[in-house]
Ligand binder design. Structure first.
Ligand SMILES: *[C@@H]1O[C@H](CO)[C@@H](O)[C@H](O)[C@H]1NC(C)=O
Ligand SMILES: *[C@@H]1O[C@H](CO)[C@@H](O)[C@H](O)[C@H]1NC(C)=O
Ligand SMILES: *[C@@H]1O[C@H](CO)[C@@H](O)[C@H](O)[C@H]1NC(C)=O
Ligand SMILES: *[C@@H]1O[C@H](CO)[C@@H](O)[C@H](O)[C@H]1NC(C)=O
Length: 347
């Protein structure tokens, strides 16, 4: 759901041409990832009831919201260390694998199945698409989703999510060769300064443990979910570019994400001067979350400033798609843009 959260990072290990095949070998993995966390401070009454979150939405949607006290304050405590247990799936083509490994991170509101949905995988699975191109792929559940460790919502800031991803990359890379170069593919993001108030309103978030105590009772009240299927359609899809059963699937398999994550987008510094590989930013043309519903003319701005030392920065707007470009009817063509970008850059 959140702009920067539907992002996938890639860890190419060695570039090499690879034949196409359709069979895969997948294994389940649990990683212990050491990270330093910044512990933000909540600056609003505690979220206990749906009234509280309704009040929060009103606060964030006010026309003078930008001049109101921020909901999150920087930590007053030093950074602390933590170890998180992350669960993921590693798939390799059964034959003819190239030496490039992709590491795929899902966005808020989903789990690892985002990249390999059970519904019509031949149309919507990036995992299968990438495997057919010869890539191996590791796709994992972010903290507090799927089989990964549940952490307090206040620890699920963008900063912490990014450090967990970095920890995973470091660990996988360290196991093979720390000197290897990377490429980055970011999807459903923009850096032109969009304020996400409209997205917040479209989601009408509800406290997950109250909505479904049986399923989500283990999550604290920072974990929220958009209200229903039509809110999902509004924020993540673009009518009429979705199949009704795919929207229903997305709704049935949604997972709560921490409100802190969404809010922390505002006080995050995405500047990445240390990144020197090629960067692709791919958004659905009508991405409501990342671009306020229209990416061309907006999402191109700012990306080069974020990655001033990247070998190359490419922005691509995929037509007839909302935020969840991977669940739009023409998804495989977007997957092709991604794998073409990798191939063009030697991965
Ligand atoms: C956190 O870990 C780093 C590196 O492993 C170490 O240098 C530092 O002292 C640790 N900080 C705390 C508060 O334990
Ligand atoms: C953001 O990070 C970059 C690079 O690390 C730094 O140069 C810049 O000053 C930071 N910006 C802010 C507003 O802290
Ligand atoms: C993006 O940059 C162009 C050229 O600098 C400018 O004309 C346009 O208004 C910017 N768009 C947004 C949404 O900031
Ligand atoms: C499908 O996606 C590709 C890649 O973005 C694009 O070039 C093509 O125009 C799209 N086709 C339709 C019918 O949207």
């Amino acid at each position: 759901m959140q702009p920067i959260l539907a992002l996938s990072f890639l860890l190419p290990l060695l570039a090499q041409a690879s034949p196409v095949n359709t069979h895969k070998v997948c294994t389940e993995h649990t990683l212990s990832v050491d990270v330093t966390t910044n512990n933000l401070k909540w600056n609003f009454p505690a979220l206990k009831t749906e009234d509280d979150i309704a009040a929060l939405n009103t606060y964030m949607g006010r026309r003078d919201a930008k001049s109101l006290p921020p909901l999150l304050l920087p930590s007053e405590e030093p950074l602390t260390n933590a170890t998180y247990t992350i669960s993921g799936t590693l798939c390799k083509p059964a034959k003819g694998a190239s030496d490039t490994l992709l590491i795929a991170t899902h966005g808020g509101g989903y789990n690892r199945a985002h990249w390999h949905p059970a519904i019509k995988p031949e149309q919507y699975s990036f995992v299968d698409f990438a495997l057919n191109k010869g890539y191996s792929i590791f796709y994992y559940d972010r903290v507090s989703t799927g089989k990964s460790q549940v952490v307090p919502g206040i620890f699920a800031s963008v900063y912490n999510q990014a450090h967990i991803l970095a920890g995973i990359i470091k660990q996988v890379k360290g196991a093979i060769n720390p000197e290897l170069t990377d490429a980055a593919v970011l999807t459903g993001v923009s850096y032109y300064g969009l304020d996400s108030a409209a997205t917040m309103q479209s989601k009408q978030s509800r406290i997950a443990n109250l909505v479904n105590p049986k399923k989500w009772g283990h999550l604290d009240s920072f974990y929220t979910s958009w209200v229903d299927k039509w809110s999902n359609a509004e924020a993540f899809f673009k009518f009429p570019y979705y199949e009704p059963d795919v929207l229903q699937y997305a709704e049935d398999t949604k997972e709560p994400a921490s409100f802190v994550e969404t809010l922390s987008v505002r006080n995050s510094n995405f500047s990445s001067p240390g990144f020197t590989g090629p960067v692709l930013v791919l958004d659905g043309q009508c991405d409501f979350v990342a671009c306020g519903g229209l990416c061309p003319g907006a999402f191109e701005n700012g990306t080069e400033k974020i990655f001033p030392n990247a070998k190359k920065v490419v922005t691509y707007s995929h037509p007839n798609s909302g935020h969840s470009f991977n669940l739009a009817p023409n998804a495989t063509a977007a997957f092709e843009v991604i794998t073409d970008f990798l191939q063009d850059n030697g991965f």
